[in-house]
Write a protein that binds this ligand. Sequence first.
Ligand SMILES: [Zn+2]
Length: 439
Amino acid sequence: MPAPEFQYTVAKTASLSGTALHTGDKVTLKLQPAPVDHGIKFKRKDLQDEPTIDAKIENLKTVERATTIGEGSVRVHTVEHILSALSAMGVDNAIVEMDANEPPIGDGSAQPYVDLIKRAGVTAQEEPRNFFDVREPMHVETKTGALLVVLPDNKFRISCTQAGPNNRFTQFLSMEVTPAYFEREIAPARTFVYYEDVKPLMDKNLIKGGSLENAIVVRGDAVLSKEPLRFNDEFVRHKILDIIGDLALVGRRIRGHVVAVKPGHATNADLARLIVREQTRRSALAAPRTIPSGDGGLDPDQILEILPHRFPFLMVDRIISFETETKCVGVKTVTINEPFFQGHFPGHPVMPGVMQIEAMAQVASILLFKLAKTTSRIGYFMSADAVKFRKPVLPGDTIFVHAELTKSRGERLAKAKCHCVVNDAVVSEAELMFTFLDK
Ligand SMILES: [Zn+2]
């Protein structure tokens, strides 16, 4: 087992001033320390009540030319370069306070933010980092030919192919994201734009702060910038910079290999969204490997006090957690001694699907009896909808039965959404409806 990696924040506040790209206004940014599990939050110091916005994919608003996040009517534009620097330099928790709606654009690279982070210093905190481990390939693709694939890897790596119009300026780079490599090889790479894309914006005066000092402009085969190219393949390096910044919106460190072809903010954001969706799915399935007893659950004796069922029809051994009053997880250990295995089937024991439904129903009833604070009734099934059996349950399996009451009308009618998990995989699911009658 590798030593746990801890979360990091900045050691002290450091600030940076400059020009906002879109409005051309002057902006001062202050990078401040934050507690564990805080993540990165942007704070609009210039607005009433100083609202903060979580750097999370749920808050993504637009991805045209730059990444904009927001909540309600509050927006923060062009967050990808500072997020890239924070993520790659290892800062998990920080407040980015600003007195305008976007960070200073600097020279169009992440260099000013790396310098800022180094001025602030980084410091370890007491809690371990949260990771997203890629377990199987995931991908997003667009009609325009952009493709992002992420593969299992124990490091965060990016292999990127960038190609301009008619495949001009095709460049490739493969790297592992580490603070040292990022600082030296990626952070200095500047934004580049195609003249035909920015001409209409300049005409409409939408990029007031834009100039050859903060972007490289490509016109035909010509490369226009105040300062010569910093790398022969500066464009692909900036594409990688943007990928790191956009994927920071996942809110967890990624262990996986991102293979990107002609990426852009939209595809990067799609991948971040896909990863978060997968993480949410995994959290919903997460069942403890060990079975706790005592506080927060019910032991077998307590279950016998609540449920009228007895051997061989009692299908729940313990309740291991109550998340809220309407959500809990029960456990059933399935042994070869279960009576149903004798006939289902001789020589090929498989737990009948209906017995899993019964287990779900019993766990859901425990919630109901606890809510109604009575055990003087018996629950009867009215319906079972959306029933799915996905995998066979075999002798020796431990089933984690998740139940959530979704509706209860009075104390007599209730609906529950349930699923059974074995070895981190859903084996069955159903939506159950009950009525309760006095014994
Ligand atoms: Zn960029």
